[in-house]
Design a protein. Structure first.
Length: 136
């Protein structure tokens, strides 16, 4: 499905593509950190879910488009601070669409993290999961 055609007038819609998302993740995964990648994956898998409503897909695409763009409020190449705005944008989007994030989506995201990072400290995801549970 071409989400750019389905969802109009979103500032970052043009920046979003599945290819662009995964290129960004592969390039900056270690630098961004597992928590940001987990947020992006939760949003990505929720976007893929047919039952996710159009308004939620619009929020997701906006946040992922912001994440993909190399020049944003705080450019990603700035040490330590470069991904703080991305984290905030992804978290805000996740809070807005939390109702649509189910156990299957969380499991897919955790499996993909394991594929990419190998064994990782699962406690790093607790903050994200706690925020999700607060919204349910």
């Amino acid at each position: 499905m071409d989400y750019q055609e389905e969802i109009k007038d979103e500032k970052y819609t043009k920046a979003y593509s599945e290819d662009g998302l995964f290129k960004k993740i592969f390039k900056f995964a270690k630098k961004a950190g597992i928590k940001i990648i987990y947020l992006a994956l939760l949003l990505y898998y929720t976007l893929q879910k047919p039952a996710t409503p159009k308004w939620a897909k619009s929020v997701i695409i906006g946040a992922l488009g912001y994440f993909i763009l190399p020049i944003d409020l705080i450019p990603d190449f700035i040490p330590l601070a470069g991904f703080t705005d991305d984290y905030a944008a992804l978290t805000a989007a996740l809070v807005a669409i939390a109702f649509f994030v189910d156990a299957d989506i969380k499991e897919k995201a955790r499996k993909k993290l394991h594929d990419w990072f190998g064994d990782y400290d699962h406690t790093e995801l607790e903050e994200v999961n706690t925020r999700l549970e607060e919204q349910e």
